[in-house]
Design a protein around this ligand. Sequence first.
Ligand SMILES: Nc1ncnc2c1ncn2[C@@H]1O[C@H](COP(=O)(O)OP(=O)(O)O)[C@@H](O)[C@H]1O
Ligand SMILES: [Mg+2]
Length: 347
Amino acid sequence: MRSAPIGAALEDAAPLSPDYQLGNEIGRGSFAVVLHCTDTRTGTRLAAKKLQRYVHGRLPAQQAAVVGAEAAAQAALCAASPSILRLVDVRQDDNYLYLIQELCLMDLAAWLQQRGGAPLSGREAASILRQLLSALAACHHAGIAFRDVKPANLLIREINANGLPMIVLADFGCCRSTADPPPASHASAGTPLYSSPESLHSAGGIEGDIWSAGVLLYHLLSGHYPFCDPRHRISQGEFWRRVAEAPIRTAGPAWHGVSPGAVALVHRMLDRDCSSRITAEQAQQDPWLLDMTSSRASDWRRAGSGGAAEPAQPQLPERMQAGKGMVGNVLPGMPASLASGPLHASV
Ligand SMILES: Nc1ncnc2c1ncn2[C@@H]1O[C@H](COP(=O)(O)OP(=O)(O)O)[C@@H](O)[C@H]1O
Ligand SMILES: [Mg+2]
């Protein structure tokens, strides 16, 4: 049975208490509640993502696949890249599985809201994009499509001395291995506002992450979204029609003062032909991006690769550590089965 090895891996998780004590809620998404959490052995303040595990005493196969894929992908990727939210431990109690993670300040959506939704300067937008591209390049290099790039899944680790947010990619609940066959039924993954044209008809690959990052860049630079104004309701059909064929407007008052280099990158990321769409690696070499971030080179170096700090060694259950005991074709330490399967949508 498909869930057996995943369920078995999760069974290895040690009990939550007495090593961790839960506190107040920090945030919640479509699928999980995230709580403050303290490591009682060291006093370290962390975050615990609480995922429902057992339903009526049983672990449903689909739930096992979703939780297993999320934990395994995050464990392997945070070991490979400092731009990924650190997974420190995996614990359980009778009903829930807890992904014990580094504690961040807030998510990017909250930070943007605090600023009143005003467009960012080119330097601020480039700084955020550069860090996001660094995280996506790590995912894509490992054959993982993240599939839910949006501000709520970009967490702020710290604000640097220049007032720029240092971000990490979080929430691997929608991710998918590109080595796996597409799911039999295509359930939509990700958030429509950021979804690529091809995601309407397919499971979505790594190219879709670049499209979503392009929608984010569009929003950061202009304060608008390319295909709709969230304040005005439009039908789903009309929304997808616009994603598929409406002109991508980068003119008008909202774009005054935005440099042509930034506009050119937006269009290369929002290329409807996913075979010619710019890749994460190529976008990292974009002249505008390099120009906007190069004068801050000393800050990047101080904060580590991609602007993120050096990760502490994760203390995951042995079977979840990269390269230990799990043999797969996706990542060292990540069996293909853990990265496949029905993945949740956060629509
Ligand atoms: N490690 C963390 N530190 C601080 N806030 C977090 C952390 N993890 C999640 N959050 C907050 O909780 C929200 C939901 O977490 P997320 O992992 O995205 O759950 P879901 O899978 O339900 O979308 C995030 O958007 C963020 O606001
Ligand atoms: Mg989320």
